[in-house]
Design a protein. Structure first.
Length: 391
């Protein structure tokens, strides 16, 4: 069994021989962005590269047309998962940085595959489409795709490098109220105002804020509130998000929000239709030991790591974390602009992005060496995770 030092000396030098191909892959995806569940060319380009270098790859995978699974050392019981994202944002292309993030995981996989005969563990690289819209990792987790792994890992791009992100649980909710139209001046008594129901709902959820945990977040908007000022609105629609640090807290908050929607319908004598918007996202847990491991990896690679959390929001990586320990550090691309901006999208084919891809792959390999080169460390990380999750 190779120790941490031996694994790093084995793996890290392998990165440079693939950088030209990986940068070309990243630039292709950046210049040809595809939104969630329609990443046909992006996923095919990744799969072609994996197969070119001898990684057996199932594609499509798990019932998703643009998902894939590449397998290294299939006979090994101990296994890790590298997660690759490659979907773009509607209207902003790869302002999410997923072209570079996915390329980083591919680069790490190619390095691991080159020395697979010297490894005592197996590696699966899993293509996880549609993070931005529906959260396909949630559906994959429900199917058991991530069960049994020692850990799963990926790196997200950002304005600076850091070990942790504050990803909290999220529910996306849609509400449609159906009323009765009427002339607003001649016969308002014959109408049932769906917009009033939507307004009452938003007022009710505002009143909830006093009585939910401080860390909770609730926000939404009216997508449709009527057609004309002289007609009682017969239809109104609201899209609404609820968030909380832990799923167990969020479930009650979401149930309360749904009660508000029903109450608004009752008060206005309208009917309400409720439906999910995307998949429920769970929170991401990073143990103190896991954070320490990531920070040490940054330091050993000479990559400055900010002493603060990175992205704040929600991601389907949390649903992976309910199945196995999941790591989601962030790598700076050399600009101060945040993700989801045009400036960030424009930076995806620059030298800064290319350097971030190499740094991210190096970080993934360094983390891998630490865990598989120190079996007690890996077991403690898994034990901490199990204790937190309660399974």
């Amino acid at each position: 069994m190779l120790d941490e030092k031996q694994l790093k000396e084995l793996l890290l030098p392998k990165i440079d021989s693939y950088r030209e191909e990986i940068n070309a892959l990243n630039d292709y995806m950046a210049e040809n962005p595809e939104i969630g569940s329609a990443e046909f060319h992006s996923s095919a380009a990744i799969v072609d590269l994996l197969r070119k270098h001898g990684i057996e790859t199932e594609y499509p995978f798990a019932g998703f047309d643009t998902a894939f699974k590449g397998v290294i050392n299939p006979e090994k019981k101990e296994r890790m998962a590298l997660l690759a994202e490659y979907d773009a944002l509607r209207g902003l292309g790869h302002a999410c940085g997923h072209c570079a993030s996915g390329s980083s995981s591919v680069l790490a996989a190619l390095a691991l595959n080159e020395v697979r005969d010297q490894l005592d563990f197996g590696v699966d690289i899993i293509g996880t489409p549609d993070e931005e819209i529906n959260g396909t990792k949630c559906l994959m987790a429900d199917k058991g795709v991530f069960d049994g792994y020692d850990f799963a890992a990926m790196v997200h791009m950002g304005p600076f490098s850091t070990a942790t992100s504050e990803f909290i649980a999220l529910d996306g909710l849609g509400f449609k109220w159906h009323g009765q139209p009427a002339h607003a001046a001649a016969a308002p008594e014959k109408g049932r105002n769906a917009l009033n129901a939507a307004r009452l709902f938003l007022d009710a959820t505002d009143m909830m804020r006093q009585h939910v945990i401080e860390e909770a977040r609730m926000h939404g908007f009216i997508k449709n509130g009527g057609e004309a000022s002289n007609i009682v609105p017969e239809f109104a629609e609201v899209e609404f998000l609820t968030r909380a640090p832990r799923r167990e807290d969020l479930n009650d908050i979401t149930a309360w929000v749904k009660d508000c929607a029903r109450a608004a319908a009752l008060a206005t004598r309208t009917e309400v239709e409720m439906f999910p918007v995307g998949e429920p996202f769970h929170e991401l847990y990073i143990s103190k030991l896991g954070e320490k491991l990531m920070r040490e990896s940054y330091d050993e690679l000479g990559i400055p790591c900010a002493n603060q959390s990175g992205m704040k929001g929600s991601s389907d990586i949390g649903n992976v974390d309910y199945r196995c320990p999941a790591f989601h550090p962030m790598m700076g691309i050399g600009i101060e602009e945040n993700c989801h901006t045009q400036e960030f999208a424009d930076a995806m084919t620059t030298q800064g992005a290319h350097d971030a891809i190499k740094n991210s792959a190096s970080l993934l390999l360094c983390m891998t060496a630490k865990m598989y080169g120190n079996p007690q460390l890996l077991q403690q990380i898994k034990a901490d995770h199990k204790a937190y999750r309660g399974y």
